[in-house]
Design a protein around this ligand. Sequence first.
Ligand SMILES: Cc1cc2nc3c(=O)[nH]c(=O)nc-3n(C[C@H](O)[C@H](O)[C@H](O)COP(=O)(O)O)c2cc1C
Length: 266
Amino acid sequence: MIMSEYTLQNSTITTLLERRSIRQWADEPIPDDVIETLQSVAQHAPTSEFLNDWSAIRITDPNVAAQLAEIGNQPYIAQAPLLYVFVADEHRNMQIAQSHDAEFTEDTVSFTSSYRFVQAHNDVILAMHAMETAANSLGLGCVYLGSILNNIDKLIEILHLPKYTFPVLGLAIGKPAQEPMIKPRMSQSMQFFENHYPEADDTQFTQQLNENLADFDKRVHQYYDLRHADRPVAAFSDQVVKNAQKDLSKKNITTPAAAQGFQLNR
Ligand SMILES: Cc1cc2nc3c(=O)[nH]c(=O)nc-3n(C[C@H](O)[C@H](O)[C@H](O)COP(=O)(O)O)c2cc1C
């Protein structure tokens, strides 16, 4: 468990500190009462302006799950006992608004603005994290699935997503059939600042950052990813440099978002 001498303990904190991604599950269905509980927990997450602007699609058809696994290039997506795709959803709110006043158009309504697009994503993430935490607290294991966005157009087609919706992430849940290590995290001083972002000429901060980064690189390098358990993972800095070289043009969000009716320049 990741605990310093200062870390307080209770069952919620333990659940959160012991969380890790699980990518292999027992072939056991998740009981209905568990599913309903997880869904209720997700619904009780905070929601911007109480717009409740998200929906989740539970994938129960193995053919659909297989298609998502193919898009994500991750076979375990199709093996998850419980699988959701969470969607930023302004479709429902648009319908409600338009049923009251037909004058609301895509060009004027707030729901298609960049601000709402981002806030709807925030809502999704909070709901998903609540669901993940509740699942973990019940002894289940989860993994978030950004890989399903490898082909957004296809995903939208498979899930029949209407205008004013946008897929955000998948969440795979099940009883863990693996015991991965808890992945290290950087020292708090690298991620938590006081009152303002550290100045570029703050040499004391820079020196401490470099020391902490070297330590973090070493700890990450000692971590074994069960996907490649024969070797330690690359140091954090090396992962960042490798990631910086990625061509993400195929994952461009603005084009499919525009096709879904969002106006991200507004
Ligand atoms: C937005 C997001 C997308 C992710 N997408 C994937 C994914 O497609 N496939 C996967 O196996 N893990 C995915 N992950 C899991 C991360 O790889 C994982 O959280 C990270 O390496 C830290 O490891 P841990 O969760 O075990 O602490 C995703 C996580 C996040 C937050």
